[in-house]
Design a protein around this ligand. Structure first.
Ligand SMILES: [Zn+2]
Length: 360
């Protein structure tokens, strides 16, 4: 009952334009007398800086680095984060609005309350001019446009599977590296894009994927020799379930990639919300099913543990056979690479390419 009354109080307060949503959001201070938000001058300066940079086309990331470099800490005294800047620029409170009823229900599983949900916008209580605005609706629209445009660009730079997808990491800083197809048909391992919180780039230079592949295949041959020089213990009993398990794990990965594809289609408006939801639910069902199958197989394989040398050699042979065939799809090569190789650390110094390969 008390909770109910409290909530009704909040709702009425919001209708009167009072601030009822907890701590004051960035660049405002709570004015207890007026029960609303007042502008905090110092924070306003930072806020205006962020806003103007955005309108001039800076990314949230570059604004974040700049603030960190110049020693402007976040309200909690920590280094600033790109995602927080992003949310800050999207916040409608800065338009002078108070919004109540965006969500309802609770997240507590054990408490008896309505399930948590985000309410449709038409059901929100939106009060305009509840406190001084610090961005105009025009500025807000422009920011939304800039961010949407950038998101489309990001989408276009995402590509399909390459031979080494998901396997190549920067040998200098450890972050994962991306690939880029060039017009002449070659594929480039992109320069390391990793940036520290101050905006310093790692800068490990890129290279032709082909060169890296040569280095990796060379290490693979060395590794094969090393295994052959060890004494081989042959055991074939649990080969079949293990092979099936690997197959199903690859299938599971493909299903997860399917979810990303659906999201892309939804963002680019190729799917209606209804179609998206239906297909997403279906895809999630398939994932659960596959996970169950994998779990079951794992119980059969049980002591799956480290793979045997015999198995390693079989995998390497399989890879080498397929490698020679020019028409093998990159997806297939990638799958074979992944079942033998755990990680490729790549670094380039001048013309020297350094590839450290960690095998499974
Ligand atoms: Zn790096």
């Amino acid at each position: 009952m008390i909770k109910k009354r409290f909530q009704r109080g909040k709702k009425i307060g919001a209708r009167l334009g009072h601030w009822t949503n907890g701590p004051a959001p960035f660049r405002y201070a709570y004015d207890a007398e007026a029960r609303s938000l007042a502008v905090d001058g110092q924070k306003l300066e930072i806020y205006q800086f962020i806003k103007e940079r955005l309108l001039r086309g800076s990314t949230c990331a570059s604004i974040c680095w700049e603030l960190n470099r110049t020693g402007v800490p976040s309200p909690k005294g920590k280094l600033r984060q790109e995602s927080v800047i992003y949310r800050l620029t999207m916040n409608e409170v800065h338009l002078g609005r108070v919004i109540y009823g965006k969500t309802s229900g609770g997240l507590h599983k054990n408490r008896k309350s309505a399930p948590f949900r985000v309410n449709p916008r038409k059901n929100w209580v939106v009060v305009e001019d509840a406190h001084p605005a610090v961005k105009t609706p025009e500025e807000y629209a422009e920011i939304l446009k800039v961010l949407a445009r950038r998101r489309m660009q990001m989408k276009r730079t995402r590509h399909g599977t390459y031979v080494c997808s998901g396997l190549v990491f920067c040998g200098k800083c450890g972050s994962s590296l991306q690939f880029q197809p060039k017009e002449n048909g070659r594929i480039l391992v992109k320069k390391c894009q990793k940036v520290d919180p101050f905006g310093n780039r790692c800068g490990n230079p890129g290279a032709d994927l082909e060169h890296l592949e040569v280095a990796v295949i060379e290490s693979l041959h060395e590794y094969e020799e090393e295994i052959r020089s060890r004494r081989i213990q042959v055991s074939t009993s649990d080969m079949i379930p293990k092979t099936m398990l690997r197959l199903k794990e690859t299938e599971l990965e493909t299903l997860h990639e399917g979810i990303l594809r659906l999201k892309d289609q939804y963002v680019s408006a190729d799917l209606t919300k209804q179609e998206y939801r239906t297909r997403l639910d279906h895809q999630k069902d398939l994932i659960v099913k596959k996970e169950n199958e994998i779990q079951q197989l794992k119980e059969i394989v049980h002591i799956s543990g480290p793979i045997s040398d015999q198995e390693r050699l079989e995998r390497i042979e399989e890879l080498e056979n397929v490698w020679q065939l020019l028409d093998t799809k990159p997806e297939e090569k990638n799958r074979l690479f992944k079942q033998t190789i755990e990680r490729i650390e790549y670094a380039r110094n001048g013309y020297g390419i350094n590839a450290r390969v960690r095998f499974r």
